[in-house]
Design a protein around this ligand. Sequence first.
Ligand code: 5GP
Length: 220
Amino acid sequence: MNKGILLVLSGPSGSGKGTILGEYRKDHPVYFSVSNTTRSPRPGEIDGVHYHFITHEEFEKKIAAGGMLEYASYCGNYYGTPRDKVEEKTAEGINVMLDIETQGAKNVRASCPEAVLCFVVPPSMEVLRHRLSGRGTEDEETINKRLAQAITEIERIDMYDYVVINDDLPDAVRDFAEIVDAAQLAASGRELTPEESAHIKNLKEKSAALKAAVKKEFLL
Ligand code: 5GP
């Protein structure tokens, strides 16, 4: 039996990566890792479903005990992936998905080189700003902090294997599903047909072109 793939999904807050994952999970059996965080729950968020909401002290204890596959400090709070479930599920052949920020993704790349890294971006800065203020759950200061953070995250796009532009949700979910299929194929260990190899190469080239377009829109 092949191990499940470990797929990391990053993208600025407001990129819609959580929504893409939610749609994808409706008809694909994957294990979604529920992170630990020290931030407070937003209205509607459930402990154990959206996050395990824990204190700073509890978080630091888990780090010390080696219980975090990766962790990062983001906008003044800790976020981290519990190690045990990720290792258990991939060993069972189940694909595992992480919705994490770029520092954590970098740590995953270092400790699990076989992980597949995918970055989601909104189509423009204007759309990103609009999505962040439209959420209505954050004040002006938090929104500005998240916009600045978004730029920092987009600056790290080159580290990612694949890029998805989330303009139209169904298109983005389809692109994401195609990437997961390709990653699974590449990790299957069997010899690929020329068509399969060409398909994977094509997807990587498409992502390379998207990286250039994203840098032009957000960073220049
Ligand atoms: P939010 O507060 O909006 O739920 O999440 C803020 C950021 O933290 C998002 O980019 C999200 O992907 C990231 N994040 C969530 N869980 C984890 C985690 O376990 N580790 C890391 N490194 N980032 C996480």
